[in-house]
Write a protein that binds this ligand. Structure first.
Ligand code: ZN
Length: 195
């Protein structure tokens, strides 16, 4: 239709219509191409073409916005977790995976690695664990005098009678224990900072 073409040439090039503007607005709100495509009944690729024609950075901006929201969501989730979950006795982080590590008990841990650290340091970190250990060792020695020395027997009697000095802080000599204690210090500092 040559007549029609003639009239069109007199009109300014057509800009985006209401529908196209609405598509761009949805994308810039942070909706995905898929969501907008379902909303308008147009293919994802077509949506991409339409919004990119109006704003070349539109899809990028949308992705960035969603990333930012996810990050905020994660932070809020972590705060909620910290508020509602018990604290790991080793690293002071929240215990999220309840099935991992020893459950319950006085000194629960959040992960297998924290459980391992606890095993190494428990007699050094908590006096009551140390005392329980000392008492059970003392009972063992008294029950097996043939396997014990005189010194360990008299020490065992003092332990069970409660006459040993409570705070016999012998320096930690084991490298393994010292390494574990340093690692715990680092983890705790990190978790404290994250709060
Ligand atoms: Zn932990």
């Amino acid at each position: 239709m040559p007549r029609r073409r003639g009239i069109d040439s007199w009109l300014p090039p057509s800009g985006p219509g209401v529908r196209e503007l609405a598509m761009l607005a949805s994308i810039l709100e942070g909706k995905t191409l898929q969501e907008v495509s379902e909303e308008f009944g147009v293919t994802r690729e077509r949506i991409r073409q339409i919004v990119t024609a109006q704003d070349p950075q539109a899809v990028k901006k949308s992705n960035a916005l969603r990333r930012e929201r996810r990050q905020e969501q994660r932070l809020r989730q972590r705060e909620a977790d910290l508020a509602t979950n018990p604290e790991c006795a080793i690293c002071w982080g929240p215990i999220l995976r309840k099935l991992v590590g020893p459950r319950g008990g006085k000194y629960p841990t959040c992960s297998p690695s924290c459980a391992r650290l606890r095993e190494i340091v428990q007699y050094h970190l908590w006096d009551d664990v140390k005392l329980t250990h000392q008492r059970s060792m003392a009972k063992w020695h008294l029950a097996h005098p043939d396997k014990s020395t005189g010194a360990s027997l008299s020490y065992s009697i003092r332990v069970l009678a409660g006459t040993t000095k409570r705070r016999q802080q012998r320096p930690v000599t084991s490298v393994r224990v010292q390494t574990a204690l340093n690692e715990i210090k680092r983890l705790r500092a990190k978790n404290k900072e994250a709060r």
